[in-house]
Design a protein. Sequence first.
Length: 321
Amino acid sequence: MFGDRTGTKRHLGPEGLDGLGGHTAQQAHVYDRSARRAVVRTQKASNNVGKVRVIKNGQLLSKPFLKLDTDTSYFRGVLGITLDPNFSSNHYVYVFYTATSPTVHNRVSRFTANGAVAVASSEKVIIELPILGTTGGHYGGSLRFATDGGLYVGVGDGVADETATNVAQSLDSLNGKILRINSDGTIPSNNPFFNSTSGNSRAIWALGVRQPYSLDVLSGTSPRMYINDVVEDGWEEIDEAAAGANYGWGFPNSPPFYEGFVASPDPTLQNYQNTVFAYAHGTTADTSCAITGGRSTTRPRCASPPSTRASTSTPTTAADG
Ligand SMILES: [Ca+2]
């Protein structure tokens, strides 16, 4: 079915595969070498079923690869997918989705493929994420293996009203973080906070993100990974991933939080890493796009300097998510 080299991109919005529309119709694509694709799709439906569908040779297969009980309220649902680097031999597929039992929360699970369908009851939970609140929030959902073998997970701050908390700065929460875990769900002992935290917090690899919808690895002799982070109403960021980095969201303890390029970061913010590129929102359809997807490439198509940005934000009517 799939190959072993994958990339991901996500779309939110009305361009659903079968004409599914609305804010909660969500898709992720996993490509293989022969351009066959797996598509994650979740649909606002009375039975809250999320599906992973396969496109083979340009045709959507009628039988879903996987069906999951999920919650499609707010930004929830089936939010991310990636393949194991050794998929060709182990057939593992990883999915980030909103689980409904015992309490609504996000989860990363591993499933085993048998051709174009998942083996029944093959789900292995890789990591359980925090219980969700009763209102909306930012959940991220990006999944990507890096060349070090680690599975990187982008988790949003989970906050409906970001003025209420700085959870992305707290090592006591998995929200607002980039996690690094092993493919079997264990936590690498060389994670940057492994020895200074306990439990699942040891999976925290970087902090201070708001809504990391996607991340991608630039391969090569010095692999680099980039995080695409939807920040507040005015700015979108592309951040270069680094172990232990703090990307600033949720700092300081009360608004205005850091977002975009910060010219003079507070020296008390340890390991702060400025964005490598940020773009401001306009108020038109062409200039108000949230950074919900993105691929990393070595092709020098559009070198641009970082935007200059102070630490305050100016609310606009631009896209947010
Ligand atoms: Ca930032």
